[in-house]
Design a binder for this molecule. Structure first.
Ligand code: AHM
Ligand code: MG
Length: 335
């Protein structure tokens, strides 16, 4: 494949799309730079004194890992200066982050999980940065209010992730399909390696934390059991795969097809995953790749969060597999 850099790809798409502005392209450049900077840190994780917890607890009540803090700081520092944003929201911060007046204020809002899957850092398993981009609603001026940020998922204008794995990959969409780039560490540039990614209509992999079985409703047990014992429409059976790192589990699902599930349970009645910084961006990518994302009842992107850290059940991946879960929930009278 010809070496198409992410910069070349962005410029080409900017020319093709009447909506793409220099501001939006600039935002993506700075996101890419932030991702490369975080990759430099995750790549040296075992060598530096950055492993293990800091002893602090974040707004979700979870232990903060040092690399989470580093990634959060890198994102906030770089993105506040990019000139395209008026506000940000981070999984690690309780409130919205308004761009301070000393920096140029733009029209966009960025929501991110700086380092998802961070409990995996100590054992050197893939982690990732997830991002979601929206425009500030038209006609809203002055200080950004929380209502400006709490938008319906379908209002995203771009989303993606950076996966820090055996190689670092950037996968994103700005509404023209999903494209994947692999970082060539020698030259420090992302090169197009996975153009126009498509989720297979049906897959052969299901991904769920089976340790939550005892906390699931009968309907959820029935749905998971279907994948354990059932056969896909092409007659093949399913394999189980669960990394426990959402970006890694989603990336595999995007490439091979199948379904990733994080249902609600008695301990987590709203589900575990965050609507705005995890479910929305990955659902945007799934739909752009021809797949589906549901909370078990309906489309994730039709939901509007009640607050910045709202959670949701998530069933995401191949269209037929997600529809299987929706059908079972409907037959059982709900989740
Ligand atoms: P985090 O944002 O605190 O890292 O938590 C989200 C992670 C996801 O990466 C992963 O899919 C999920 O939590 C795993 O949860 P569990 O350990 O309950 O299976
Ligand atoms: Mg997360």
């Amino acid at each position: 494949m010809a070496d198409i850099t992410v910069t070349e790809h962005l410029l080409l798409h900017q020319k093709l799309s009447p909506h793409a502005t220099g501001q939006f392209t600039g935002l993506l450049y700075d996101l890419i730079l932030s991702g490369k900077t975080i990759a430099r840190h995750t790549g040296k994780a075992g060598l530096m004194d950055v492993l293990g917890g800091t002893g602090e607890v974040n707004v979700q009540g979870e232990n903060v890992q040092k690399l989470d803090e580093i990634a959060n700081r890198i994102m906030k520092y770089r993105m506040e200066r990019c000139g395209a944003l008026c506000a940000m929201g981070s999984e690690e911060e309780a409130d919205i982050i308004r761009v301070r007046p000393e920096f140029p204020i733009g029209d966009y809002i960025l929501i991110f999980d700086p380092l998802d899957g961070s409990t995996n850092i100590d054992v050197n398993i893939d982690v990732g940065t997830i991002f979601s981009i929206m425009r500030r609603p038209d006609g809203r001026k002055g200080e950004v209010e929380t209502e400006d940020v709490l938008q319906k998922g379908s209002r995203q204008v771009g989303a993606g992730y950076i996966l820090y794995g055996p190689s670092t990959m950037l996968v994103f969409s700005t509404g023209n399909g999903v494209h994947g780039f692999t970082l060539d560490p020698g030259v420090g540039e992302f090169l197009l390696s996975h153009p126009d990614m498509h989720l297979p209509v049906v897959g052969h992999t299901y991904s769920v934390n089976d340790g939550n079985w005892r906390n699931w409703s009968p309907a959820t047990r029935k749905a998971v059991d279907w994948f354990r014992t059932g056969k896909a429409s092409d007659g093949k059976s399913y394999s189980a795969r669960y990394v426990g790192s959402l970006v890694a589990d989603f990336h595999r699902t995007l490439i091979y097809g199948g379904i990733y599930m994080y249902p609600a349970d008695t301990k987590k009645p709203e589900g575990k995953l965050r609507m705005m910084c995890e479910a929305f961006p990955l659902s945007y990518l799934a739909e752009q790749a021809g797949g589906k994302a549901s909370d078990g009842r309906g489309r994730i992107l039709d939901r509007t969060p009640g607050h910045l850290h709202a959670r949701t059940p998530l069933f995401i991946g191949s269209k037929e597999d997600v529809e299987t879960v929706e059908r079972i929930y409907a037959e059982e009278g709900g989740a």
